[in-house]
Design a protein around this ligand. Structure first.
Ligand code: NAD
Ligand code: DAU
Length: 338
């Protein structure tokens, strides 16, 4: 793998014990035997080293906070490329407790960028932003030039990190590339997000709390397609640029819910209409022409990806049962749904 025309031998992955980060590490570990991976993760409720079981050799782990300048500085020193996945990521949690979102998703990004500025070796910083930075769009698609108009404390803090990363390119010439992926799904996603939450609830014959009328729409991108997009950006992304990663697989939440129930052979009566999320974005939709021009395209259609994902959760009951038995999960359910 090359970045900036030179071979990459060491990648620092922040948030590598989370959902997308762990999928990234698994895939890079398998496909690129010449690359060493350093996983830097605080292990919040969303970080889980079991996501990386079986990843051995050419891999190391440091437990650390991206807000810690000293530890970040030491970790970054040996890296050619940094991919920043570390973040607080759940919109509902940001509505109840926004503080950590500002600290990690804005201040943490600042600490990483400062360390990157001082590193003699690092030559690319891939910052993982989100499609939520644009806010909601009733019709049509957002391009990378669309105004940023975030709705939740989560998406507003992601705008902070996204634009801070850009400012380090513009002001200091730091080689920063920004990825803005759509809603991800797939294996190892913490069971608070719509798809794993509803799959694991349905498997336990528990009600599925659907916000509002279930008409809100999301574009569903399989995590393996996100990983291939980030690899494309490491090799071909232009510093200073942001790139949309959409799937073109838009569904209403009601459609997703019905598809899950049908795959599991569970009754529609499990659907429970609940009060809407505050500030709930109606629809996200991205124009991904800029990524496609680099040769990337998503390969997994939603029907196939959802079938595989539902099967994964069925087969990995031990994995998710441990998580839902923890306080962090139960407290979230209580705060958000009761
Ligand atoms: P996740 O919540 O599953 O994992 C986040 C990881 O970051 C965890 O391992 C956690 O321990 C770690 N972390 C949190 N705070 C940290 C800190 N201060 N220091 C070090 N590590 C910390 O998240 P995810 O769904 O894998 O998302 C990864 C990235 O992709 C995030 O930046 C998110 O905003 C972005 N994103 C996610 C999606 C999605 O649908 N999941 C879509 C678009 C963009
Ligand atoms: O779009 C990218 C973003 O996707 C990422 O940046 C975020 O990190 C990620 O959490 C996700 O945000 P969403 O808010 O779109 O995802 P979530 O899975 O929380 O919700 C998807 C939709 O389902 C949304 O319209 C709200 C609805 N929903 C969600 C939950 C958890 C429900 O109706 N009921 C629920 O219990």
């Amino acid at each position: 793998m090359k970045a900036g025309g030179r071979d990459v031998s060491r990648i620092m992955v922040t948030g590598g014990a989370g959902f997308i980060g762990s999928n990234f590490i698994r895939i890079v570990h398998e496909r690129f035997p010449e690359i060493e991976l350093l996983n830097y993760d605080k292990l919040t409720y969303a970080g889980n080293l079991e996501n990386l079981e079986g990843v051995r050799g050419r891999y190391s782990f440091v437990q650390g906070d991206i807000q810690d300048p000293q530890l970040v500085g030491e970790a970054i020193a040996g890296a050619d490329v940094v991919v920043n996945f570390a973040a607080e990521t759940h919109v509902d949690r940001s509505i109840h407790d926004p503080g950590d979102f500002i600290l990690t998703d804005v201040y943490g990004v600042f600490v990483l960028l400062e360390a990157m500025k001082r590193s003699a070796r690092a030559r690319l910083f891939v910052h993982v932003s989100t499609d939520e930075v644009y806010g909601s769009i009733a019709r049509g698609f957002f391009s990378e030039e669309s105004p940023l108009n975030p709705s939740s404390p989560y998406s507003a803090s992601k705008v902070g990190g996204d634009r801070l990363a850009f400012s380090y390119f513009k002001t200091y010439g730091l080689p920063v590339v920004i990825a803005r992926p759509a809603n991800n799904y797939g294996p190892y996603q913490y069971p608070e997000k719509l798809i794993p939450f509803f799959v694991t609830r349905a498997l336990q014959d528990q009600p599925l709390p659907l916000y509002g009328d279930g008409g809100n729409r999301r574009d569903w991108l399989h995590v393996e397609d996100t990983v291939s997009g980030i690899l494309t950006l490491i090799e071909k992304g232009e510093p200073g640029q942001a790139y949309n990663l959409g799937a073109g697989q838009e569904r209403s939440n009601l459609e997703v819910t019905h598809a899950i129930l049908s795959l599991l052979g569970k009754p529609e009566s499990l659907v429970q209409r609940v009060v809407d999320r505050k500030g709930h974005d109606f629809r996200y939709a991205l124009d991904s022409a800029k990524m496609r021009a680099l040769g990337w395209e998503p390969r997994i259609d939603f029907a196939t990806g959802l079938r595989r994902t539902v099967a994964w959760y069925r087969e990995h009951e031990d994995w998710w049962r441990k998580l839902i038995a923890k306080k962090a999960y139960m407290n979230h359910l209580q705060k958000n749904y009761e």
